[in-house]
Ligand binder design. Structure first.
Ligand code: GRG
Length: 307
């Protein structure tokens, strides 16, 4: 029987869903305010940037930054900037990834991809400009009382998104098309391509508040687990869900002859792997008790998502 003080699982889920919806809604306005207005020159580029960032996406990385920031007592105004910088890098990666020279896709977040709606040159510039804006935000808003600490945070995002992080993972991905990768090789690719930015979101959110080395190490481990779980679930959804549900073309990995957790392990074992990573992520947070509740709920959200 539940004690009178303990909320039921249904109440806890409803509480998480309202936290999620409130942050998603509020953050949309934050992004809209931080992006260049559509009527400022060059209008077409600014409109394409807004098209690629606003009105779509689950905002998983910002939500992770907010939850980590709540754990370390960070001010919302600071985590907003950290979360926005990460989301702009993410949006840039999606725009470039969809281009004909990479994944060549026509649908993203339920609407035509940037190069289809605009053109290839504009899509290239959108990615470039979003990346620059991300670092402009981190450099021009106070994120820490210690300037050296803030420079470390800027470096953290630069490393996570560069050739030793997301862009490097993408390079491994492009080089692996049609090749038989082992599971450890696939893991290395995803730790960089998807995982690096997810870990950066969590660490940047945490570093907007007071985080000691032990907490940062635990969050790094949590980020490793949810980042990898995110990708395993992505592979399962790509093979099992439909295009309308995903808002992007389903079955793209098989069509592009890309190695995935599903092709390497089979759907059953891939789902088991996601469940194991989910459990490890939750175990990592045990020492932080109720303070880490939102991060636990986000781990559930990432693993149990349907799109
Ligand atoms: C072009 C430098 C460069 C990198 C691209 C992350 C990436 C590397 C490409 C994205 C392509 C892709 C489908 C990766 C698999 C996992 C992933 C990042 C999915 C999209 O992220 P979600 O589900 O997307 O968080 P939303 O739209 O919800 O934000």
């Amino acid at each position: 029987m539940l004690s009178p003080q303990m909320p039921s699982p249904e109440m806890q889920l409803a509480d998480f869903q309202s936290w999620l919806a409130a942050h998603q809604h509020r953050f949309e306005n934050v992004l809209s305010r931080l992006l260049p207005a559509p009527d400022i020159a060059p209008q077409r580029l600014h409109q394409a940037m807004r098209y690629s960032v606003l009105d779509g996406g689950k905002r998983v990385r910002p939500l992770l930054a907010f939850a980590a920031g709540e754990l370390t007592g960070a001010a919302q105004a600071r985590t907003d900037i950290a979360a926005a910088a990460v989301e702009l890098i993410h949006a840039y990666s999606l725009v470039h990834d969809d281009m004909p020279c990479m994944d060549d896709d026509v649908l993203r977040r339920g609407k035509p991809t940037c190069h289809v709606e605009y053109d290839e040159a504009t899509a290239l510039l959108v990615g470039d400009a979003l990346q620059s804006l991300a670092f402009q935000l981190l450099a021009s808003h106070p994120l820490s009382d210690d300037p050296a600490h803030q420079i470390d945070m800027i470096k953290l995002l630069a490393v996570a998104s560069g050739s030793r992080g997301m862009a490097g993972g993408q390079a491994i991905d492009l080089a692996s098309v049609g090749k038989p990768l082992s599971v450890p090789e696939l893991e290395q690719m995803h730790i960089h391509k998807t995982g690096a930015l997810i870990r950066a979101a969590i660490l940047l959110g945490a570093r907007c508040g007071q985080a000691d080395e032990a907490l940062l190490a635990a969050l790094e481990r949590y980020g490793h687990c949810v980042g990898l779980a995110f990708q395993v679930v992505d592979d399962v959804l790509d093979s099992e869900a439909d295009t309308a549900t995903l808002g992007k073309t389903a079955g793209k990995d098989a069509e592009n002859d890309k190695p995935t957790y599903v092709t390497l392990l089979g759907a059953r074992e891939a789902k088991q792997m996601a469940a194991d990573l989910h459990r490890e992520a939750l175990e990592t947070l045990t020492p932080f008790g109720a303070r880490a509740q939102r991060l636990c709920e986000l781990a559930d959200f990432i693993v149990l998502r349907k799109y």
